[in-house]
Ligand binder design. Structure first.
Ligand code: FES
Ligand SMILES: [Fe+2]
Length: 336
């Protein structure tokens, strides 16, 4: 076993749903212990960013203006593909560079007048930013979910909860076979993990007992793409796709987003009811985990038994998202 990973992982993290950023909309965010601003500008989205809905690409910048420090996310407005600071109306492009100062009398803009721009992808109805401990560009991509946008499937029904825990606790669920019956009342028949590059896969089958009553025989493949975004393909009473994604707010809290998409077997009203019930059940499931997560300690050297899942292998896989800078402490901050 390895020591607890600390700081923020390298990878893609969900910071909003596509629906939360209408054309021209600005959102103020706090993630990775920093203030960020997201906005949907007018410039076309990249290939593969399928959720722009004609509204242009989403941009994510550090929030504090390099001029006199106003928060661009609080009162900032979108002008074309730029965001205008609420304080003195300097405008910043999606790459973080200052493109206009309304009262600048020199020909040139101040060299230092730029903010950090975060790599962004919009996939499957979610907006991701790339956080890298060493300041490197993205090393993998988020795959498209083929069913998303299909008329045979509903759109996402999503929710978000804020939890006082560490990302490593959320991720460990993927290999923690033993907790499913104890915490979730789920009967497990098959359980298998595979760790390949930046992906961690769980294949399982069993019977879930939704807290609202009844039973649901399921078979699923749940795949983490990187440290913080998991897609589940499930065969059950209703075939579904689940997303669960966590993003650290600071070193002690994180946002956990989850969503469900169902294959349509009835009209919109019926599907909306099913989706609401699924999300409610998911939320109850997470609430069961949360009670443990918010009160537990981390064991670097847990006492494991034969029936436990491959927790050591999961931890070794997860470690890849916490590369250390070769230089002394402080390099991470400088690289950002
Ligand atoms: S603080 Fe942003 S323009 Fe002055
Ligand atoms: Fe769980």
């Amino acid at each position: 076993m390895t020591a607890a990973p600390s700081g923020y992982a390298t990878g893609w993290f969900v910071v909003a749903t596509s629906a939360e950023l209408a054309p021209g909309e600005v959102r103020s965010l706090t993630y990775f212990g920093r203030r960020l601003v997201a906005y949907r500008g007018a410039a076309p989205a990249r290939d593969g960013d399928r959720d722009a809905g004609g509204g242009g690409a989403v941009r994510v910048l550090d929030a504090y203006c390099p001029h006199l420090g106003a928060d661009l996310g609080v009162g900032g407005t979108v002008v074309d593909d730029t965001i205008r600071c609420p304080f003195h109306a300097w405008r910043f492009a999606g790459d973080g560079s200052c493109v206009e100062i309304p009262y600048n009398r020199g020909a040139r803009l101040p060299v230092r007048a730029c903010v950090k721009a975060w790599p962004v992808r919009e996939r499957n109805g979610f907006v991701f930013v790339w956080h890298d401990r060493l300041g490197r560009p993205p090393s993998y991509e988020i795959p498209v979910i083929a069913e998303h946008g299909s008329p045979a499937w509903t759109d996402w029904t999503t929710n978000k909860i804020t939890i006082r825990t560490q990302p490593r606790e959320i991720v460990e669920n993927v290999a923690d076979k033993g907790h499913f019956p104890a915490v979730h009342g789920t009967h497990i028949d098959e359980f298998d993990n595979e760790f390949v590059d930046h992906m961690a896969v769980q294949r399982s089958a069993g019977i879930a007992y939704p807290r609202g009553g009844g039973s649901d025989r399921f078979k699923l493949t749940a795949t983490y793409y990187g440290p913080a975004y998991q897609v589940t393909e499930m065969e059950s009473f209703l075939p579904n796709r689940l997303v669960n994604a966590h993003t650290p707010i600071d070193e002690h809290t994180l946002d956990l987003r989850f969503g469900v998409m169902l294959e349509k077997v009835g009209g919109d009203a019926k599907m909306a009811r099913y989706a609401a019930a699924y999300v409610d059940n998911l939320q109850r499931g997470f609430a069961e985990d949360v009670q443990v997560w918010e009160h537990k300690v981390w064991r670097d050297r847990p006492a494991l038994c034969d029936g436990d899942g491959p927790i050591g292998a999961l931890r070794r896989w997860y470690r890849q998202f916490y590369p250390e800078a070769p230089a002394a402490a402080g390099a991470e901050e400088q690289a950002r």
